[in-house]
Design a protein around this ligand. Structure first.
Ligand SMILES: Nc1ncnc2c1ncn2[C@@H]1O[C@H](COP(=O)(O)OP(=O)(O)OP(=O)(O)O)[C@@H](O)[C@H]1O
Ligand SMILES: [Mg+2]
Length: 394
C-alpha cells in the first residue's frame, strides 16, 4: 500500500488555509491538516508530519522561529515558508535555517505549492522506502564490504540475504565494475557454507579448449598433455561456492554440459565416465544482456531460463546517488591508510564534480580515480585540480 504523505499547514488566514488544503487534496492523495498558529502546531508535531508549510506572518511564534524549532525537533521534516510579501532577507534567512522552499502569496501560489510539494513528496517517499529496507535488513554490519545507503544498495543487501539462506542458483547481473564479485563473495561468506572455499572462475579469461578441464578436471591421459589427474574448479569448491563469472562468454557446447550439472548436481572429469556428486552452491555473473545472446544463437535458451530463477541486478553507480561520495570516502580512507599518506579529505568542489561524473566504469573506475587523486594531491585536501577524469570511450 502506498504511504500517504502527511502535510501540516500552519496558516492563520483560515480561508487561505482551506484553499491550500483543497488544492492539495483534490488531485493527490495527501492528508492535510490546518493549524492556525505555531503553538497549536507544536502540540501535534508528535504526529510526525512529512511536510510542513509555514505562513511567515503569524500571531505568536514567527515563521522563522517555527522553522528553527521544527529543524531542531527533526531534520527530516520538509518545510516550505509561505510569505505575504517578497523580502529577500527573509528568504535568505529561511533557506539558511533549512527551509526547502520559499514562496510568495500571489496568483501562482497554489500551482507553485503543488509543484514544490510534488518534489518533496518524491524525496519523502524515497526516504521512507530506504527506511523500510533498512528495517528489513537484519544485520547490516554483516555486509560491511558492500558500501552504500542508496535504495539500490539496500535492495541488493536484501536480495543477498534471501539468496544466502538457500542453495538456489543465482545470477548476478550488472555493468562492468558494479560489484558482482563483491556480491557473490558476500553471499558465500554470509551463508552456512562460509567455512568452505569460495572459488571464482572467469570464463572469458580461459582459452576455450582448456575451460572444460579447468571446470570439471581431467583424468591422466584424457588429452594430449594431460600427464596427470587434475581436480577442476567444481571439485575445488566442494562444500563452498563457485562463481561462474562472465557466463555469457561460455561456449555453447559447454553450456549444454553446465545445464546437466545444474540439473543433476553431478560432474564427470574429462576422460572419465565416473559421476562425482557435487556439494557446491553455484553462482553466475554477467555484464552482458543474456537475452540478446539467446537471440543471436550464442546462449542456450533453456540455460537462460534456468539462470533467471534468482536474479540479483546491480544498478550502475550513476543510479546510486550519494553512494558515490560514501564509496569515494571509503576508498580514500583505505588507500591513505595502506600507503601511509596521512588523513585526506575531498573539497566540496571535488565532491560535486564526482557527483556529476557518469562513471562508465562504475565502482572500479571510482576506486582507481580516488587512488590517483590521493597520490596527486600535495595537501590533505583533495581539490578539483587533483582530479583526473578518464575520457569517455566512444
Ligand atoms: N558496494 C561496494 N562497496 C565497496 N566496494 C565495492 C562495492 N562494489 C564494488 N566494489 C569494489 O569495486 C571494484 C569492482 O568490483 P567487482 O570486481 O566486484 O565488480 P564486477 O561487477 O565483478 O566487475 P566486472 O564486470 O568488470 O567483472 C572492486 O575493487 C570492489 O571491491
Ligand atoms: Mg567481476
Amino acid at each position: 500500500m502506498e504511504y500517504i504523505i502527511k502535510i501540516f499547514v500552519i496558516e492563520d488566514d483560515l480561508m487561505f488555509g482551506k484553499m491550500m488544503k483543497y488544492t492539495l487534496e483534490k488531485e493527490h492523495n495527501y492528508d492535510v491538516t490546518i493549524f492556525q498558529s505555531g503553538e497549536e502546531f507544536f502540540e501535534h508535531i508528535h504526529l510526525n508530519p512529512d511536510i510542513v508549510t509555514i505562513d511567515y506572518n503569524l500571531p505568536g511564534m514567527s515563521g522563522l522561529d517555527i522553522l528553527k524549532k521544527i529543524k531542531n525537533y527533526n531534520q527530516n521534516i520538509a518545510t516550505i515558508i509561505v510569505s505575504g510579501q517578497e523580502e529577500v532577507k527573509v528568504a535568505v534567512e529561511a533557506y539558511k535555517r533549512g527551509a526547502d522552499y520559499y514562496i510568495i502569496k500571489n496568483d501562482h501560489t497554489f500551482s507553485e505549492l503543488e509543484h514544490f510539494i510534488n518534489n518533496l513528496t518524491q524525496r519523502v517517499r524515497l526516504k521512507k522506502e530506504v527506511e523500510t529496507l533498512k528495517e528489513q535488513i537484519i544485520d547490516r554490519s554483516k555486509y560491511a564490504s558492500i558500501i552504500g545507503e542508496s535504495k539500490a544498495a539496500l535492495q541488493t543487501v536484501k536480495l543477498i540475504q534471501k539468496v544466502e539462506k538457500s542453495n538456489v542458483l543465482a545470477l548476478i547481473t550488472g555493468e562492468s565494475g558494479t560489484g558482482k564479485e563483491v556480491v557473490a563473495s558476500a553471499i558465500h561468506y554470509n551463508s552456512n557454507r562460509r567455512k568452505g572455499p569460495f572459488v571464482a572462475i572467469n570464463i572469458a579469461a580461459i582459452p576455450e579448449d582448456l575451460i572444460e578441464s579447468e571446470l570439471f578436471g581431467h583424468e591422466k591421459g584424457a588429452f594430449t598433455g594431460a600427464d596427470s589427474r587434475r581436480i577442476g574448479k567444481f571439485e575445488e569448491a566442494k562444500g563452498g561456492t563457485i562463481l561462474l563469472d562472465e557466463i555469457g562468454e561460455m561456449e555453447i557446447n559447454l553450456q549444454t554440459k553446465l545445464l546437466r550439472v545444474l540439473q543433476e548436481h553431478k560432474i564427470c572429469r574429462v576422460g572419465s565416465n565416473k559421476e562425482i556428486n557435487l556439494d557446491v552452491r553455484i553462482l553466475a555473473a554477467t555484464n552482458q544482456h543474456l537475452g540478446q545472446r539467446v537471440k543471436e544463437g550464442k546462449f542456450r535458451e533453456d540455460l537462460y531460463y534456468r539462470l533467471q530463477g534468482f536474479l540479483v541486478h546491480l544498478p550502475p553507480l550513476r543510479e546510486r546517488g550519494n553512494d558515490v561520495i560514501l564509496l569515494a570516502r571509503h576508498f580514500l580512507r583505505e588507500f591513505c591508510l595502506q600507503n601511509k599518506l596521512g588523513e585526506k579529505t575531498f573539497s566540496k568542489e571535488a565532491l560535486e564534480a564526482m557527483m556529476e561524473h557518469s562513471w562508465p566504469g562504475n565502482i572500479r573506475e571510482l576506486k582507481s580515480f580516488v587512488e590517483r587523486a590521493a597520490l596527486m594531491s600535495e595537501t590533505e585536501k583533495i581539490g578539483l585540480g587533483d582530479l583526473v577524469f578518464s575520457p569517455a570511450i566512444n
